[in-house]
Design a protein around this ligand. Sequence first.
Ligand SMILES: *[C@@H]1O[C@H](CO)[C@@H](O)[C@H](O)[C@H]1NC(C)=O
Ligand SMILES: *[C@@H]1O[C@H](CO)[C@@H](O)[C@H](O)[C@H]1NC(C)=O
Ligand SMILES: *[C@@H]1O[C@H](CO)[C@@H](O)[C@H](O)[C@H]1NC(C)=O
Length: 428
Amino acid sequence: MGDSFRDRIPVIIDTDPGVDDVIAILLAIASPELEILSYTVSYGNTEIDASYLNVLKIYQTLKQHLERFPSDRDRFPNFTTATKPILARGSAGPLEGKLHSAQYFHGRDGLGDITDRHPELALPSGIDLDLHPYLVISQRSAVDVAFDILKARPPRSVTYIALGPLTNLALLMRKDSQLVADRIGRVVCMGGALDVPGNTSAVAEFNFFADPYAVKELLIATHRHKGLPKDRFLMLPLDITTPHELPFPEYQKSVDPAFSIIASPSLAQGHLKSPVTHFTSAFLERTREIMIQFGKDAMELHDIVAVWCAIENPPFADNETPKLATGWHGQSRVFDIEREGEITRGMLVTDRREDESAYPLGANRSEAQREPHDGHQGQSTGDSISKKDIHWDLNEDGSGIFCITQTPGPSVLLQLLLQRVWGVSLKH
Ligand SMILES: *[C@@H]1O[C@H](CO)[C@@H](O)[C@H](O)[C@H]1NC(C)=O
Ligand SMILES: *[C@@H]1O[C@H](CO)[C@@H](O)[C@H](O)[C@H]1NC(C)=O
Ligand SMILES: *[C@@H]1O[C@H](CO)[C@@H](O)[C@H](O)[C@H]1NC(C)=O
């Protein structure tokens, strides 16, 4: 990375900002490899109105931060009034079926209820959105905004980073699948749980649980439209995202010594912290409390891994073989998704009679999830993406979905995240 990137990668970030999305967006803004064209917001972790406000809160925080610490501008190179990402509202619910959110985890406001606990972080009332200094606030739908971007930009240049339910993307395909197929550079999608337990139910990851209909239509029963180009689709299921963590003791040591949990809040020191740190600590203190109940004192970096993947794996030209960057590996997997199960909504069903990549029958699925992917002595060149080893033909077009199985490692991401978002390095 560093100065080796050619042009910046234009990205559309499709998101339902709850806790990990917000940190993922901060990482994206702090990454000179990316040019954020748009935020297409949807329901998900919380309802759409709250998701939408959270993007505005991120921008308010950064604005205050850079006013107080102008030297940090270098760290957020593209936080400028010159090129403003478009903020647009998308789906308020799934294509079909019931609306579910994850407010128990993310809070009603998507940020651990900082609205109640930290009134000082509220958006000023009467804020003039038409004159937002850093964002273009669009009244058009997220789908139309994404459509126009793909149409206007050079073909195969834009990466679509999907951090929430896939509803917006499914609607974009319904609108004009030919255009999307021709124009999209890459889709990087966080979602699904293949060989590990779910995180919303015993079997389902949240984004796929939230709209299994969209997943089915986009990736499996694709007769409805032309289908997403499979060689341009990268999926990051929980299998690979979960081992990437931000341990809270590490956060406390490196970023915010006053960081705590709500039960003993560090509120009083709020004004002493930098605005970015105050903001992230304000919601992470609640996340920490919940994660400790789940048995671990760390935050899982799901959406953050997806943004990292997009940074390191730019779109490729038509005549190039799709490749992954050094340290990244993946595998084509065939699965179907349960849409209406009594207890299995959003579950990915793979045929373990045929699928050699799946864990062996009777294996301990929790073990698979704990496997650290760090320090692997991988080949120095990335994998070619091929449609290999698919015997079992569940997907209609007979091909699998390319799933990331290995990254350069959790510690590499942790360093990158701390350095870019908070400007600190790991303290040992
Ligand atoms: C965005 O960041 C890159 C890398 O630092 C820089 O070259 C570019 O000029 C920035 N773009 C804008 C609009 O500031
Ligand atoms: C489950 O995974 C999704 C990944 O998109 C994440 O946003 C959410 O916070 C996770 N929920 C829990 C309870 O870990
Ligand atoms: C499965 O693995 C988890 C995590 O290592 C462990 O806590 C649990 O006891 C194991 N279960 C069985 C049935 O071995």
